[in-house]
Design a protein around this ligand. Structure first.
Ligand code: AKB
Length: 323
């Protein structure tokens, strides 16, 4: 059975993907890599091995890979788009210097590597609607610059050294488990928290601004399915467009209001996030992922809304009980 290292296991994607990987590949085969200050807690800490793995420390990655005889690395360390704009050098250090560390360790130890890219790898010059798999990628954010560079580097390591690198371009990810931090699409998570708490939501993104979004269970499945895909069928590797839904703040607000009729939203625009959102596509064309490895989302906006509201109500009730 595959042995896996997850770098960034306590982040928004990592905390859920590590648990999902443990359910697929056996808990003992999935190492949760974390940095001091972001230790795994609860089930994540107790259900399998955990090790300090700082992506900027190549030796630390290599030691863990050798000690656990790792076959696959899920590299989830990154700063999200809005935070990256405030700390561009750190975004590059983690996103690119860190990625080179991972790719070198993978080359020396014959590991496969998954490194997510993003809708943020496209910029204002790409077609806005149905953005194709292969098109112009000229992002204007440091986040996007690191994502495009990461895609190119990962392809280079595949072509030059045969390192089995694969990835997807994630849309905004929506989940009730671990809140995101510092993304442009985060409003689409925060809005559910406000609705369930009975608070008025202050939306930082203007009505009419469309972005691709996805419910976390679909995103986790995509990350595992691409890594399990038959390599003979892959014409692309880094990275595949994947999509499931595209909406603007008005549409998600109306979706929630069907189930929370008193819910109110007002606009309080964050210019940094708005500028980033306007430079990103409205919606991606994911035909290549569907053809090459059978990608298909399961959730739409309505099924996601019902699930999010139900799960957040349970979560808050449990928190209230413990308080
Ligand atoms: C962000 O908003 O920065 C991320 C992303 C779309 O890559 N959620």
């Amino acid at each position: 059975m595959k042995k896996i290292l997850v770098i960034g296991s306590t982040g928004q994607i990592g905390s859920e993907l590590t648990m999902k990987l443990r359910s697929v590949y056996q808990p003992g085969n999935v190492v949760a890599g974390y940095i001091p200050g972001a230790e795994p807690k609860g089930e994540l800490a107790e259900s399998g091995p955990k090790e300090v793995v700082d992506i900027t420390n190549a030796q630390q990655i290599a030691d863990v890979v050798r000690r656990y005889d790792i076959d696959a690395i899920y590299n989830l360390a990154a700063l999200l788009s809005a935070v990256a704009e405030r700390k561009p050098l750190l975004a590059w250090h983690i996103g690119i210097d860190g990625l080179i560390n991972v790719l070198e360790v993978a080359r020396e130890n014959e590991c496969s590597v998954f490194t997510p890219s993003s809708i943020g790898s496209f910029g204002p010059n790409a077609p806005k609607d149905g953005t194709p798999q292969d098109t112009i990628q000229q992002p204007r954010t440091i986040y996007g610059v690191t994502k495009v560079t990461g895609e190119l580097l990962s392809n280079y390591y595949f072509m030059r050294y045969g390192v089995d690198t694969r990835s997807v371009r994630f849309p905004g990810l929506i989940s009730y488990v671990t809140p995101p931090g510092g993304g442009t699409t985060d409003y689409a998570v925060d809005i559910y928290y406000s609705a369930v708490r009975g608070e008025k939501f202050r939306c930082p993104i203007k009505g009419g601004t469309f972005m691709d979004m996805m419910y976390m269970p679909d995103a986790l499945r995509a990350a595992i399915e691409i890594m399990e895909a038959n390599p003979d069928k892959l014409h692309h590797r880094n990275s595949f467009n994947i999509a499931s839904m595209s909406f603007d703040p008005e549409i998600i607000y109306r979706s929630i209001k069907r189930y929370v009729p008193d819910f109110e939203m007002i606009y309080d625009i964050d210019e940094l996030r708005q500028g980033i959102a306007e430079s990103w596509p409205n919606s991606l064309d994911d035909t290549c992922a569907r053809i090459e490895w059978g990608w298909k989302p399961e959730y739409n906006l309505d099924t996601m809304t019902r699930h999010m509201l139900e799960k957040l109500r349970i979560k808050f009730a449990q928190e209230d009980k413990q308080a």
